[in-house]
Design a protein. Sequence first.
Length: 276
Amino acid sequence: MSSPKFRRPPGVAKPKAVECPITLTPEEIAAARSWVLYEDETIIVLDKPAGLSSQGGRIKAHTLDDLLWAFAKPGKARPRLIHRLDRDTSGVILTAKTKPGAAFLGEALMAKRFRKSYLAIVAPGAPEPKGGMIDSPLRRESIGREAYMRVCEPDHPDAETARSRYRTLASNGVAALVELSPDTGRMHQLRVHMASIGRPLAGDSRYGGALMLGGVAVPRLMLHAARLTFPHPLGGERKIMAPLPSDFRTMLKALDLPVPEGPVPEQPGAEAVDQV
């Protein structure tokens, strides 16, 4: 009898079988180091730009995982990704410098001790109601080489529990700025849940998001991982925030929506999750 297959939970970075150093250009090293939001002896927290894959993928270009060699000391391993973000999502992503640190954070992630807050632009206008919980199971569907997530009935054989909190921060008749906080960590969860209530994320062509808003082309998926709260391997808790990138700020201004100039307070009752 064959042994059962192990399914890695969404959001948990795939371990590498072999650690082979990658030669990076001075420009790539400088870019990677410019993304550091926080660093100490055990962790590095980065502000991942949109358009950069966290790991793997079919695009023949360096991923964030590859670029972590910019932080490796001679003869030593690179930092390890603890979770992932979709290629076109920007914002906070966590890495560990040491094996014990990676093990601690990996266990904390699996135990749902991470909390994440995203900012997104949705259209058309504000969701109705303007805030709440979306509690809709999801299932994975493959079309060719692409994987999609679909809302499904709870009794579907492939149904996975999925819960997302949302609240509207600002809106007009064209679009809205919302904060999204996943209570579970399914692939594409926030994108599918918002699409399911008629407010897909701007720039999300996969799930029906607008590619033009207010006569302006949407530059990419308008989703930003703005805040990550997690237990630190050396004790206590860390809360790291990533500023809105310029393309996101420009889109808000084009839509005549206010640009948040400071951290958005956490949603009450938000639970810990892994990744979306």
